[in-house]
Design a protein around this ligand. Structure first.
Ligand SMILES: C[S@@+](CC[C@H](N)C(=O)[O-])C[C@H]1O[C@@H](n2cnc3c(N)ncnc32)[C@H](O)[C@@H]1O
Length: 444
């Protein structure tokens, strides 16, 4: 293990020998909802062990995604605060950490809903006027082949049956989570690689998949009986604006932060969860989608807005500015090499590569600034991030740059540890993912 700012490229001991870094060693609960760019429960478990955190600790995940940190904490009886800007992530994390569920009621309602399904499925007026149907159709998802109208109607019928049968039941959110999973992984044709694309049409029956999901949730919940009690606090918020009041943080401060923020990798987190956002009716039109996108740290060019100005926070970071200058130089060269009559001469979204890089690191600086007052002086922070080269193949050493930025906001970097290498199909090269470890350096 290397101390200081140097990158330790030796393989690390954060994974069991018998499982790959992205497999769950026990997927119970975690499997209810997963993100393609999420990390695994055994990574979180190893970090909780390394930081020697037990049931008295308070852990924060400010970019909680599928809620992996929150679920793993709950399994160990540790209180966790999970924050994410994406409402579908927050919904899933809440459902995954609500274990005070009557399992027999869950199964009974699951069965009742499947038998009430046909009546709703036959009600075309109900299905056509549903808000999810309207958004999925008008936004072009049906036209682009993400899902057929008929398969969409299967899920919408399920959605109405759930809402009608569970109005006063604690199991409603779990059943909705099961239906959301079926929407994406059974009814639709989308795949993730890691970006969303359309694959071969799927034909598996929606109802069978739903019932199977409900039964496996009930079985997973049985396993939670042995877990010590713990609370999870989920907040849908922008982690650049964290405050104790916003997330109802513990007054003594957090003992640790275990998280994986976005990276500047041209990845749109709302695109991969667009169907879920439509199901939950969090996104119903362009405006509501924009609202979600704007609350995120900028990590792709299609999420850049005219009023964005997080870049002003990183003008004095020379390593980052050198990278941005290389990107701009490459853009200028590319533009100049095209004839004046070439319609693609303005380079489209490539013009924003430099801007999004600065916006990303500027946004993360705001996050670190907001984070420091919420931590105990003895707190541990572990941020899992990947190096990138999505912008003209110019390498962005994400962990190193974030470490430099954190150091200006009251933290000291203790280690940058290689976690794994990932093959990037876009750039045809291996990119490293690191865990950036840092701790408060000055009293709060
Ligand atoms: C790499 S994913 C986290 C994956 C997570 N560790 C897991 O295992 O599922 C990054 C997350 O950051 C969220 N995010 C992006 N900008 C945010 C912001 N400003 N505040 C809070 N969450 C944000 C995205 O919605 C996404 O869920």
């Amino acid at each position: 293990m290397v101390k200081g700012n140097g990158i330790n490229d030796e393989s690390v001991s954060l994974q069991r020998d018998d499982v790959g870094p992205q497999q769950f060693k026990n997927g119970e609960i975690h499997d209810w909802y997963r993100l393609v760019l999420g990390y695994s429960d055994h990574l979180v478990g190893a970090l909780l062990d390394e930081f020697k955190l037990g049931p008295e600790a308070a852990v924060l995940d400010p970019f909680s995604g599928a809620g992996t940190t929150a679920v793993e904490c709950k399994k160990r009886g540790i209180n966790c605060w999970a924050v994410d800007a994406n409402p579908s992530s927050c919904f899933a994390t809440k459902a995954k950490t609500n274990w005070r569920i009557d399992r027999s009621e869950l199964v009974r309602l699951g069965l009742e809903i499947t038998s009430a399904f046909q009546k709703r499925r036959g009600n075309l007026r109900l299905l056509e006027s549903d808000r999810t149907t309207l958004y999925v159709t008008t936004s072009g998802m049906v036209k682009r082949g993400w899902i057929t109208r008929s398969r969409l109607f299967d899920v919408i019928a399920l959605k109405h049956a759930i809402d009608e049968f569970t109005s006063a039941s604690r199991v409603r959110e779990l059943l909705r989570l099961a239906a959301m999973h079926v929407l994406v992984h059974t009814a639709s044709n989308v795949r993730f690689g890691p970006e969303l694309y359309c694959g071969q049409p799927r034909n598996d029956p929606v109802l069978d998949a739903f019932l199977h999901r409900v039964l496996s949730m009930a079985a997973d919940l049985e396993a939670t009986d042995v877990c010590p009690p713990a609370e999870t606090f989920v907040r849908c918020a922008d982690s650049r604006k964290l405050s104790a009041k916003l997330i109802n943080a513990p007054s003594a401060g957090f003992d640790a932060v275990i998280t994986s923020p976005p990276y500047p990798a041209e990845h749109d987190y709302t695109r991969n969860s667009r169907l879920e956002l439509a199901y939950l009716e969090n996104v119903r039109d362009v405006m509501s989608l924009r609202y979600v996108k704007r609350s995120m740290v900028r990590s792709h060019t299609k999420g850049i807005y005219k009023t964005d100005c997080d870049d002003v926070h990183v003008t004095d970071f020379s390593r980052l500015q050198r990278i941005v200058r290389r990107i701009e130089k490459q853009l200028a060269w590319k533009t100049a090499s095209k004839p004046a009559t070439d319609k693609t001469r303005d380079c489209g979204f490539e013009r924003l590569y430099g801007k999004v890089t600065q916006e990303y690191f500027g946004g993360m600086r705001r996050h670190f600034r907001a984070l420091r007052p919420l931590l105990k002086d003895s707190a541990h922070c572990a941020y899992v991030v990947g190096d990138q080269s999505s912008y003209f193949q110019i390498k962005i050493p994400t962990a190193k740059l974030l470490g430099e930025i954190a150091a200006t906001e009251g933290f000291e970097v203790t280690e940058i540890r290689k976690w794994r290498e990932r093959w990037s199909t876009g750039t045809k090269r291996f990119l490293k993912e690191h865990i950036l470890f840092f701790r408060p350096s000055t009293p709060a």
